[in-house]
Design a protein around this ligand. Structure first.
Ligand code: THU
Length: 160
């Protein structure tokens, strides 16, 4: 028996102004996308923006449903849009921002487990990492160099 330590690395930016230009404009697209979320039940709005290798930006936001589990997260809306329209174009970066009607979200909002799993599928498929930047409504931004940094020991096609 042995214990194995798994390390993951994050980069923390103090504010959106500290981001490199490309990441900053992508985060602004995520913030814009958040404003169009359909979240009447949770009143927690999330926006996501993906930068593709062809320069296109694909946005998504959370879409809720009166039958709650039928709703879907912003990240999955964005990545499925990207994969539907541009199945063979690499995804370079993902920016995420979230807000709540009940409090100012000051801490970075990380993608949920199901979104991490979905995002990892496309990162593995494209054989290249996707940088992930996430924030709340204001304040710090966390960046990971890859989706798998958020999902160590992932389930993937090699098990099938
Ligand atoms: N949500 C996202 O869009 N992304 C996440 O990673 C976490 C949660 C949405 C789903 C739901 O509409 C609302 O936030 C509250 O959970």
């Amino acid at each position: 028996m042995k214990k194995v330590e798994i390390k993951t690395q994050i980069t923390v930016f103090d504010s959106i102004n500290e981001l490199p230009d490309l990441a900053k404009s992508l985060m602004n697209k995520a913030i814009e996308a958040k404003q169009k979320a359909y979240a009447p039940y949770s009143k927690f709005t999330v926006g996501a923006a993906l930068l593709l290798e062809n320069g296109k930006i694909i946005i998504g936001n959370n879409q809720e449903n009166a039958a709650y589990p039928s709703g879907i997260c912003a990240e999955r809306v964005a990545i499925w849009k990207a994969s539907s329209d541009f199945p063979d174009i690499k995804i370079l970066k993902l920016a995420i921002s979230a807000s709540s009607s009940s409090q100012i979200v000051k801490e970075p909002v990380a993608p949920c487990g199901a979104c991490r799993q979905t995002l990892s599928e496309y990162e593995i498929k494209q054989k290249d990492t996707i940088e992930v930047y996430f924030m709340g409504q204001e304040g710090k931004i966390i960046k990971t160099d890859s989706v798998l940094d958020l999902l160590p020991i992932a389930f993937d096609k090699s098990f099938l």
